[in-house]
Design a protein around this ligand. Sequence first.
Ligand SMILES: Nc1ncnc2c1ncn2[C@@H]1O[C@H](COP(=O)(O)OP(=O)(O)OP(=O)(O)O)[C@@H](O)[C@H]1O
Length: 483
Amino acid sequence: MDSFAMLKDGVSFDRKRFANDISLFSESLPQKKPKIEAPSTNNIRKEFKIHTSGSNIPEPISSWSQLFQLYPFLQKTQDLITKQYENLTAVQMQAFPLLMQKRDTIAIAPTGSGKTLAYLLPLISLVKNREKLKGLIITPTKELARQVFKEFVVLSEGTGIVGQLIRKRGKELEELTEDCDVIICTPLTLVHMMGENDLPSIEFVIIDESDQLFDMGYLDQVDQILKKCQGGCTKWMFSATMLPAVEMLAYSMLIDPAKISVGIQNATVSTVSQELKFCTNEAGKTIALKQMMQNGELSPPVLVFVQSKDRAIQLGKEIKELVPHTLAIHSGLDDKNREIIVKNFRTGSTWILICTDLMSRGMDFHGVRLIINFDFPQSVISYIHRIGRAGRAGETAKAVTFYTIEDAPYVKMIANVMKKSGFEVPEWMMKLKTPSKEMKKKLEKKPIKRENISSKYRISRSLRKFMKKKHQQSSEDQAEEKI
Ligand SMILES: Nc1ncnc2c1ncn2[C@@H]1O[C@H](COP(=O)(O)OP(=O)(O)OP(=O)(O)O)[C@@H](O)[C@H]1O
């Protein structure tokens, strides 16, 4: 059970009484930053599997009331938060007091465990004076930037803090950031727009999905951005995964850093049950997917991951024949189209979304019950993030990963992460050879060459009829629900 699920299931101490005690205690203290020593703080860390390192790490905060007593959040923000969320997640418990101290921080916590709120809330509270651009949030994809921006807008309502999503490269950065406190963008967009200019007023830089942004494809841009933010700004780095080498690199950019990690590092979320399905060859994968449809196993919304934009297009066409409410999203589409596709998937008008790893990080889709890795992931990290699109905020879900003869040498790396995350793995699978470092690196750099997804494996008439009927039934159910 992960920390989030534990939160939902309740904890052994009496939260209400605890919150009450804290509030009585705090009333007698001076109003400026009262130091509240909770009686069971060490137990909280133990209970929620919060690990910390670094000097002078503050105690975790265990309730909203405790947080709001310590820090003067706007009443409107407090109401919004407490109405929406009953408890804090583990990462929030430790991140809030740490980030409020303006400490350089690395936070690693499972997918879907509320990391966005963990950094947005302190940021909104700390960026007070509306004079100059103060905060910068960078994310690897435009979709994630848009999602974070939306959450920012909701949270900052009434605070006077203005955020801006930067996506156009045609305009001057100065023009776009005039009268704005926080900008949210991808590193590439920002580097293009910054040109030779510095970002001297930035006080807080948040690097979301930081391990990816320290990867070769982005590192140069992130480095350029950090160099432009002079004056020792505070850096917060968040991700669900972090390999040791990347972590060392991240540390080298921080001053007196603090680290928070929740649960087992580089493991999958425990609310998603996982299956590895042998499909022999590429044709077998298409058949297996259609069989799952026929058996009624594909209850929408479903995310299907493939390894390239061409394969997303091919599989999209193939599946659309069965389920018209299928769309494919990949980097070959323009921003507007990508935005519409994401919106359609969120609103339920798209049932099956075929996607590349473009969607694997950070995207928060509610109610996804099934993830299919149609193409085997190129790394354990990709696997963790892909299946982390489901099972969010304590929801339960399933992930099925297809593998063929070509993928077989890499199966053990996924089996290992499943075992590490607390799942049962067949004994024979654990006896397989773990791929060497070189093999893993090779796969990460270049995906396995695969036969095209072709319609030569035509859909049987009976399957088409079955899907049509199922589609009709589901539309009727949805219509009834709306009524
Ligand atoms: N305290 C809370 N209680 C319940 N739900 C929460 C809480 N905080 C955030 N959430 C919800 O949890 C979901 C996942 O949050 P978020 O997108 O921040 O995950 P994440 O940890 O950043 O995941 P990922 O690593 O995949 O990016 C969101 O829908 C968010 O609204």
